[in-house]
Design a protein around this ligand. Structure first.
Ligand SMILES: [Zn+2]
Length: 214
């Protein structure tokens, strides 16, 4: 099963430390794994981008939906191997399908709020540059899902995220220096301009929402 797909989105290179561990990372979907690799710099050279290869199911049936993924750094060619534990059956990420990152209300356990905001910006920029209309719309929907993930780190009635929303020193510094970027009102405003995948509407409505509305 191929994880990575051809996409116009450039990989992020951010000052985050990559945890090197044999303990699997908990992922909600293969799409979340894909975004995690996209947002993670190389553990050896600090650059990237990391390019993912085949998804291999782990041998031990006791591990359930645990998969292994090997990624190669585009800068120094060093190889990183991760284990991910999926909360559902893996579904291939392909170029003509919309990603479903996380259909639950639980925040991500792999990517923190600052990383979701970085992915949101990347996807939005890529959507703006993409000339193919369906592809551009798909990127906009993915950008919206990245914002949805960021919004899961807020408590009701709180305009700033909780401490738990930051997994990395670099993210905490970014919050300290630019708290306004993390305002829930701001994120909701940005979200309101993006399309929604109709089948994922939280109120369970079944009417497709016209593009650009809401
Ligand atoms: Zn490298």
């Amino acid at each position: 099963m191929l994880l990575m797909r051809a996409t116009a989105v450039p990989a992020v290179v951010a000052p985050y430390t990559v945890p090197m561990s044999d303990v699997p990372l908990i992922a909600h979907s293969l799409a979340e794994v894909y975004l995690y690799i996209l947002a993670t710099p190389c553990g050896s050279c600090g650059r990237g981008p990391l390019r993912g290869g085949e998804v291999e199911p782990c041998d031990d049936p006791a591990e359930g939906m645990t998969i292994g993924i090997t990624a190669t750094c585009g800068s120094c060619q060093s190889v990183t191997r991760w284990k991910f534990q999926l909360s559902g059956p893996p579904q291939a990420v392909s170029a003509d399908q919309e990603l479903v990152v996380n259909s639950t209300n639980e925040p991500s356990r792999m990517l923190d709020i600052a990383q979701w905001l970085t992915l949101f910006r990347m996807m939005t920029e890529a959507a703006g540059k993409e000339l193919n209309k369906p592809a551009s719309r798909r990127l906009a929907i993915e950008a919206a899902q990245c914002l949805d993930e960021a919004l899961k780190f807020f408590e009701e009635d709180n305009d700033l995220p909780t401490k738990d929303a930051f997994f990395h020193h670099g993210s905490r510094e970014r919050f300290r220096d630019h708290p306004e970027q993390f305002s829930r009102q701001r994120l909701l405003h940005l979200r309101s301009k993006l399309p929604t995948r109709w089948s994922m509407r939280p109120n369970g409505g079944s009417e497709p929402r016209p593009e650009g509305s809401g």
